[in-house]
Design a protein around this ligand. Structure first.
Ligand code: A2P
Length: 339
């Protein structure tokens, strides 16, 4: 990677994704000269581990980015809207995990295995897509390139870590409360999440879909640079801590066999095929958790429609779905001499 190293900031460093961003920067040996950890005033006084040392968390302020070259944001949309442009104006490149800028036509929306050609140089904001979208487009990209995709029908089974630390705690508490026969407490979700599931992620919109569902529609079109792909999503929260699963049903433009799909996906960057039904072999969130790849299995022809395929796609939502993808975007910028 050369000799250059960078002054990096992580915004939301005390959160589920932010904390993992710090860990992934270390794991992947991104060349960090200096790391600044930013969060709310509540976290001042805390320290986080990085490369064997500990770094004090600082309060996020407008002047936090003066000496920073790369800022990874994961503190929610309102923090990104307020501080993202401030950071970009001070000359650093912002890689933003929130949905604040994803659909802005001036902002690239990047999955490095899928659309690396869409990155633009500093200064500016680059958006990290929604977790459910990232793993789906990683799995579909080789098929899209080979035979085109006309339509996608996807149902997701999403882990609570996507909502953040407090949601992880809410599931833990409810599991304990129910197993001890106590009444549950509930703050984050609209319903009990332990031993339950609900088709409600993000607010409901006028068209009857949720925000999460429309993110999958709009972000998929933007990443594939194809406004004509039809996408229908149903997003479901389930009581799993880490790892989103997706039932993905597609109609391709030209025919392709299951064997060809297996072969294409078997050679695709960032994809692992786990497809051995005879031995109950298919991707599971407990296996994907802690991994950076996207796992695909249950690949089969859908006989109910011409050129139909069905598959099952699983990835760690806070790694490939968030922190790892963000660090990979930084690596892509570095490889292209854009930072
Ligand atoms: P803090 O821990 O100080 O509240 P999660 O998604 O896991 O809930 O994490 C959210 C992250 O975003 C945390 O690091 C949180 O910091 C940070 N955050 C939330 N609101 C703000 C804010 N107004 N300013 C700075 N950081 C914020």
């Amino acid at each position: 990677m050369g000799d250059k190293s960078f002054r990096v900031a992580v915004v939301g460093a005390t959160g589920a994704v932010g904390n993992l961003m710090v860990q992934v920067l270390e794991e992947r040996a991104f060349p960090v000269a200096e790391l600044k950890l930013l969060a709310s005033a509540r976290s001042v006084g805390r320290t986080l581990k990085f490369k064997g040392g500990s770094i004090a968390v600082e309060e996020l302020r407008e002047d936090s980015f003066k000496d920073i070259e790369v800022a990874l944001f994961s503190a929610g949309g309102s923090v990104s809207r307020k501080f993202g442009p401030v950071a970009a104006e001070s000359g650093c490149i912002v890689i933003d995990n929130s949905s604040a800028f994803r659909m802005d036509p001036k902002v690239p929306l990047i999955v490095p295995e899928v659309n690396p050609e869409a990155v633009i140089p500093r200064p500016g904001i680059i958006a990290n897509p929604n977790c459910s979208t990232i793993q789906m487009v990683v799995a579909l990209k080789p098929i899209f390139d080979a035979v085109g995709i006309r339509r996608i029908v996807v149902t997701t089974f999403q882990a609570v870590s996507g909502t953040g630390k407090r949601a992880i705690e809410e599931l833990r508490q409810q599991v304990a409360q129910l197993s001890e026969g106590r009444p549950i407490t509930r703050e984050i979700y609209p319903h009990q999440i332990a031993f339950n599931c609900f088709p409600h992620i993000g607010a409901f919109l006028d068209n009857g879909f949720t925000e999460e569902e429309m993110k999958m529609v709009n972000e998929t079109r933007k990443i594939f640079n194809d406004p004509d792909i039809a996408v229908c999503a149903t997003t479901v929260r389930i009581p799993v801590y880490f790892g989103h699963s997706e039932s993905v049903n597609i109609e391709t433009r030209r025919p392709i066999s299951v064997a060809e799909v297996r072969d294409l996906l078997g050679r695709a960057e960032g994809v692992v095929v786990v497809d051995d039904p005879a031995r109950a072999g298919y991707p599971l969130p407990i296996h994907a958790a802690g991994r950076d790849e996207t796992f695909v299995g249950r690949i089969r022809q859908d006989p109910s429609v011409e050129n139909g395929l069905a598959m099952w796609v699983v990835a760690d939502n806070i790694r490939k779905g968030a922190a790892t993808n963000a660090v990979q975007i930084a690596e892509l910028l570095l490889a292209r001499n854009m930072i």
